[in-house]
Each structure stands twice: as structure tokens, then as C-alpha cells.
Design a protein around this ligand. Structure first.
Ligand SMILES: C[S@@+](CC[C@H](N)C(=O)[O-])C[C@H]1O[C@@H](n2cnc3c(N)ncnc32)[C@H](O)[C@@H]1O
Length: 251
């Protein structure tokens, strides 16, 4: 796919930018969130971590995103990286969806420390329901074709990735990006693992189904970036399936 080459270039640009020094404010807020996560939860392995977090930050800057959505916030590490990247853009803002409201106090203090609390809106609840609400609450302008998000980062329940993708797709601008984390799933979601249907756990099956959905989606260009546990970088090229595909479905 021709778009793959361009995404490749974009990834190289973002990777280079991510290795330049992060601001003291961002670095110190991320350190604080990481410490809190280790102290107050048993799931610190869920954080994207510094390398991927700074890549996300650089990626959002490289595509000059203004509106960003995160699905699966946990203690706010990746959210801070995303929000810091849109800080200097006019009309910017980041929405975040997280099911576990007990994490609110850590998320809120992290956002304050990173000085991004005013441009970030965190909604608590099931992302599938929240996405449906966002879709129905779209303004008249958005219903006329101006979709909402430049970048969406998916990092919630691995079993539900395909559902998030289908729900969020209409909310992403043409030319915008959906980034999905953990798509290698510790090597369990690779091509060789895919055949062993009987031995898949539900999370692995969810990631395999998601990867296959994206692989077969002719509306997008994609690039699997092998950072950490695999980040799928998906660019929405069009809203509709090509007419040849649609007519095939009609026959
Ligand atoms: C891997 S963690 C996210 C890590 C975060 N992106 C980071 O790097 O800092 C996944 C998060 O998704 C949340 N989650 C799981 N299912 C969800 C759902 N249906 N709706 C919203 N959030 C969900 C979990 O509570 C958890 O906090």
C-alpha cells in the first residue's frame, strides 16, 4: 500500500524527535506518575513507559494534531504524553476514557503536575458506552462531515479492541490516525500463533481478531511499529469502502 511508505517516514521522524530532550515539566510529571503507579497499584507493567510515551508525544507533534482521544488511561502516563504534545496548538484538547474511577486522584494530580489539566477531559465509564455517547452528541457541524479526532490511542481491554476500532472509526478525520498498543501481545498474536485456535486466551484472540480486522480494512493504510509490545499505526484514508468492494458485497 502506497501510504505505508509515508507512515514509515513519519515514524522515523517521530522516533528521531522522541530522542531529543523532553521538557523538565513533562519529565518530572511522568516520573511522579510512574512512582505513584508502582506504589499504589500492582499493575505498573501496564504503563507505556518512557520510550513509547515519548514516541507518542513526538508522533502527535509531527502530525500537528489538535484533537486527540485516548481509550484506556490507567494512571495517566500516556495521557500526559499526548496532552503535552497538543499544548501549543490552537483549538487543541485531549479526551480520555477510563473505566476505573478509583484512579481519578492519581490521574488528576499527574495532569496538574504536567500543566495539561485544562486541556484534558477524562470521562469515567465503559469506553464502548462512552464512545456511543460521543457519537450521538456530535454537533451539527460534525454530522456534516467534520469528524472530531486527529489521533486516537487505543490501550484498554485487549478483548475489545475491534469494538473500539469500529466505534471510533467514524469519529476520526480522514487523514487522521488510530494508534493501537500491544498488537504483538508478547509474541502471542503473531502469524504462527494465529493458527492455534484452541489454545488462545481471550485477550490473545481479541488482539488477533483486531489485527485481522485492520489488515482487511481497505479504508486505511497501516504500519506495524515494533516498539515495545507493538504499536499499530493506522491512517484513515477514506470513510467508505471502495465502490468495487461495496458492489462485491451487494452481489
Ligand atoms: C494498559 S492500561 C492503560 C495504560 C495507559 N495507556 C498508560 O500507558 O499509561 C489499560 C486501561 O484500560 C482500562 N480499561 C479496561 N477496559 C476498559 C473499558 N471497557 N473502558 C474504559 N477503560 C477500560 C483499564 O482500567 C486500564 O486502566
Amino acid at each position: 500500500m502506497t501510504g505505508d511508505i509515508e507512515i514509515n517516514d513519519l515514524v522515523a521522524e517521530a522516533e528521531a524527535l522522541s530522542k531529543t530532550q523532553a521538557s523538565a515539566q513533562l519529565t518530572s510529571a511522568l516520573r511522579w506518575v510512574e512512582r505513584q503507579t508502582h506504589t499504589r497499584t500492582n499493575h505498573a507493567q501496564m504503563l507505556v513507559g518512557k520510550e513509547e510515551g515519548l514516541f507518542l508525544n513526538a508522533f502527535v507533534k509531527c502530525v500537528n494534531a489538535k484533537r486527540v482521544l485516548e481509550i484506556g488511561t490507567f494512571t495517566g502516563y500516556s495521557l500526559i504524553c499526548l496532552a503535552d504534545a497538543v499544548l501549543h496548538n490552537e483549538g487543541f484538547g485531549v479526551d480520555a476514557l477510563e473505566i476505573n474511577q478509583e484512579l481519578e486522584y492519581i490521574i488528576a494530580e499527574g495532569l496538574q503536575r504536567a500543566k495539561v489539566e485544562e486541556i484534558t477531559r477524562v470521562s469515567f465509564g465503559d469506553a464502548k458506552e462512552l464512545l456511543q455517547k460521543i457519537a450521538t452528541n456530535r454537533t451539527a457541524a460534525q454530522e456534516c462531515g467534520c469528524e472530531m479526532y486527529d489521533v486516537v490511542f487505543i490501550d484498554a481491554n485487549k478483548r475489545e479492541y475491534a469494538e473500539y476500532y469500529n466505534l471510533v472509526f467514524p469519529l476520526v478525520k480522514v487523514g487522521g490516525y488510530i494508534l493501537a498498543d500491544n498488537v504483538l501481545w508478547y509474541g502471542k498474536a503473531g502469524a504462527t500463533a494465529a493458527g492455534d485456535v484452541n489454545h488462545r486466551d481471550k485477550k490473545t484472540a481479541g488482539i488477533i481478531d483486531f489485527n485481522s480486522l485492520v489488515e482487511n480494512d481497505t479504508r486505511v493504510s497501516k504500519f506495524l511499529y515494533k516498539i515495545r509490545d507493538g504499536l499499530y499505526i493506522i491512517r484513515k484514508e477514506s470513510t467508505r469502502l471502495p465502490s468495487s468492494t461495496s458492489s462485491r458485497c451487494l452481489r
